[in-house]
Design a protein around this ligand. Structure first.
Ligand SMILES: Nc1ncnc2c1ncn2[C@@H]1O[C@H](COP(=O)(O)OP(=O)(O)OP(=O)(O)O)[C@@H](O)[C@H]1O
Ligand SMILES: [Mg+2]
Length: 403
């Protein structure tokens, strides 16, 4: 498990040229959007709420200028707390938060140059879209013309220019969401913080807004920190993903690294849908070959993995395999006597392009993901082929990955 320093390299998708989003007028004259750096760093940050509730345990995280970082983890793992501490809405119990080259622990929220978009949008019901979007600029006494330019530009970006005179109750959920984002954009903050902004939308709208926020990041080239408990959202949106559990960072990596090289069983099981299958069993050695056995079935381990697994000979481990690495023998050329096992199909979920098979092997259950037209019948016996080159093994006690 990674704790403490997690300052990893920025992946290459992060834009590196000057941002194109400069609203003409005052900001351009100030050279504002082009010059300010908006890294965010958390250094050994902890949060203990009254009642000795430790929500965040000594986390360190460096978000690069213009990076899109997603915090993901189950409910209660401390995601919102982290975002609220960055925004200044919650005090930091221990540690330091830096924005740009300034430590902001004692800087009030309004001076942090950050805009936050919440799950419930928090629009003012009695104000029009225009008034909602311009409200904070008005409070900050921006000139009327400047406000108008900014609102118009943001409304164009978000495709809500025709809705400016409506009130929130006259909008769909997706439109309200855009207004909430627009209200953040007009401020041209150094950093955008999003706390589950799509969770009130229906599934289709969520997918659409997800793509729009991705485009927005490319267009604005701003630093964004995005919180979600949805692993699909995390995988599809982040340059890097921070996986959290119980207030502790489990792993920070780009989406594919997280998927292919999870550091522990929690990350392996959290990222991916349907999730990775886990089977508890033992490593055994026979005729100088290593096998994984779960009493009712035994699989040969590939030789590349022998070295890492040798210390576990005779011991219990978790074997992990993703649904897409399991095949019906009829539809693969990889089958051999050493990676094939008899199984029973208990349920089939057709998804269209693919089908999920719920399978029993011995005492264990697995989900396999097969082609939509390759599906067997319920209660049918099949020969299941596991691609053992894609298998993972986890320490039974620490749940850290072995290989
Ligand atoms: N104001 C508070 N006072 C006391 N405990 C709190 C407070 N706010 C949050 N907590 C606790 O801190 C922990 C982290 O909460 P947080 O809201 O950060 O979780 P989260 O990851 O955002 O969860 P969710 O996905 O449900 O929004 C939880 O155990 C929660 O009960
Ligand atoms: Mg939350």
């Amino acid at each position: 498990m990674e704790r403490g320093t997690n300052y990893e390299r920025r992946p290459k998708e992060v834009p590196s040229e000057a941002p194109p989003f400069v609203i003409k007028g005052r900001d351009e004259a100030e050279g504002r959007a082009t010059k300010k750096m908006a890294q965010v760093s958390l250094k050994d940050v902890s949060k203990i709420y009254p009642g000795n509730i430790q929500a965040v345990h000594t986390i360190s995280l460096g978000v690069e200028n213009r990076e899109f970082v997603v915090l993901v983890g189950p409910s209660g793992c401390g995601k919102s707390t982290i975002l609220r501490m960055i925004a200044g809405l919650e005090d930091v119990t221990k540690g330091e938060i830096w924005i740009g080259n300034k430590m902001v622990n004692d800087v009030p929220p309004k001076d942090r140059d950050i805009a936050m978009v919440f799950q419930n949008y928090a629009l003012y019901p009695h104000m029009t879209v225009y008034e909602n979007m311009s409200f904070t600029l008005k409070l900050r006494k921006y000139p009327k013309r400047e406000i108008k330019t900014r609102v118009k530009e943001a409304a164009d970006i978000l495709g809500i220019a025709k809705l400016l005179n409506r009130r929130p109750k006259e909008l769909s959920g997706g439109q309200r969401q855009r207004v909430a984002v627009g209200r953040a954009i007009v401020r041209k903050p150094l950093v955008f913080l999003f706390d589950e902004p799509l969770s009130n939308l229906d599934a289709k709208m969520r997918v659409q807004m997800r793509a729009e926020l991705n485009k927005l990041h490319i267009r604005l080239q701003s630093t964004m920190i995005y919180v979600t408990h949805d692993q699909t959202e995390a995988m599809t949106m982040g340059n890097r993903i921070v996986v959290m559990k119980d207030g502790i960072i489990q792993q920070i990596a780009d989406p594919i690294t997280l998927y292919d090289k999870p550091v522990n069983k929690f990350v392996a099981g959290f990222m991916g849908s349907p999730p990775m299958n886990f089977i508890k069993g033992r490593i055994i050695k026979k005729d100088s070959k290593f096998f994984f056995t779960e009493d009712s079935f035994t699989m040969k381990i590939i030789e590349d993995m022998y070295k890492k697994l040798a210390p576990y000979e005779g011991k219990e481990v978790f074997f992990g395999i993703r649904p897409e690495d399991i095949y019906d023998k009829l539809f693969t050329s990889q089958a051999s006597s050493e990676n094939t096992v008899k199984a029973v199909v208990e349920m089939v979920e057709p998804m269209g392009a693919e089908s999920y098979l719920y399978i029993a092997i011995g005492k264990s259950s697995l989900i396999a993901r097969v082609g939509g037209h390759d599906k067997p019948e319920v209660n049918q016996d099949i020969d299941l082929v596991l691609d053992m080159s894609k298998a993972h093994f986890f320490n039974k006690d620490t749940e850290e990955i072995i290989i």
